[in-house]
Design a binder for this molecule. Structure first.
Ligand code: FES
Length: 278
């Protein structure tokens, strides 16, 4: 743990609302877990009690107090995935990795977890490895998924991938289209979702062009604000267990009708978006 790194993180977020979560998220993104000495340093620098800091660190499942493996695998055993064999898939991951869910392999390569819902029920059984969705997973797919993770999954990020093409998305819960042809953004049908942040409710229209960050919202969302996104049809929150690799905020999943899942960072201004086409 580098004390200067912790100090920089604390200084960067201290003035923000919800600063403790942002601080812990960035520490976790840096070390892949929350080291004890880092939490003690945060306590000294912010004046918050260690008990309060541990309260937040243990309340959110996203945070880990134990070192985690290089690759994170989450297998969904929520109701929709369970009825399609999610438990069998989780057992296959356990067998292939030689550890139980919640554990890390001795070589620190993989940490395996079971989650209650990954926000893509229509595609179950679902597993997420290093932020990549694998849909309709079969027992025979597991070995290959782990091999691909070891080799490094080909993450498509806007930062490195400047392709611009339209995508057509739907709600991962009710599968209803989120496209609104009556309101164009970037000259194409917009993606419309409802939102809430800091007790304010409204809507957001996103460009459907992959590679474009054009966004319209009512009310205006201040930069750096973490926003909750909801389906305007079934009103389910669009949320997953995955966190943005860039800023630690939650990712917002949507089903790509051409096949696959798109995840966008819930923090206004962050460009940590990912697209997995299948
Ligand atoms: S139950 Fe598995 S993604 Fe929702």
């Amino acid at each position: 743990m580098n004390i200067q790194t912790i100090e920089n993180i604390v200084n960067k977020h201290q003035q923000q609302q919800g600063s403790l979560i942002a601080i812990l998220s960035e520490i976790q993104a840096t070390y892949s877990y929350l080291p004890t000495d880092a939490l003690q340093a945060v306590s000294k620098m912010t004046g918050k009690s260690l008990i309060d800091i541990y309260g937040v660190a243990t309340f959110y499942k996203y945070f880990s107090l134990q070192p985690r493996g290089k690759h994170l695998c989450s297998v969904c055993v929520g109701t929709a995935c369970h009825v399609r064999g999610g438990e069998v898939i989780a057992e296959e991951f356990e067998g292939q990795l030689g550890v139980a869910a919640g554990q890390t392999t001795p070589d620190r390569e993989f940490t395996l977890g079971k989650v209650a819902c990954l926000g893509a029920c229509a595609l179950g059984p679902v597993a997420v490895v290093d932020g990549h969705y694998f849909s309709s997973v079969k027992k025979t797919d597991v070995k290959k998924i782990l091999e691909r993770a070891r080799d490094g999954l080909d993450k498509v990020e806007v930062k490195t991938d400047q392709r611009i093409f339209p995508i057509d998305v739907s709600c991962p819960r009710c599968n209803h289209s989120l496209m609104d042809a009556s309101h164009l953004v970037d000259g194409h049908p917009s993606i419309k979702v409802t939102t809430s942040f800091e007790r304010t409710h409204g809507w957001v229209r996103l460009s459907c062009l992959w590679g474009s960050y054009t966004v319209e919202s009512q009310p205006e969302i201040p930069l750096d604000t973490v926003v909750h996104f909801f389906c305007p049809h079934c009103h389910a929150e669009l949320v997953t267990a995955t966190s943005c690799a860039d800023c630690g905020a939650g990712m917002v999943p949507m089903i790509v009708r051409q096949g696959g899942v798109i995840q966008i960072c819930s923090r206004r201004g962050c460009k940590g978006h990912m697209l997995d086409l299948v």
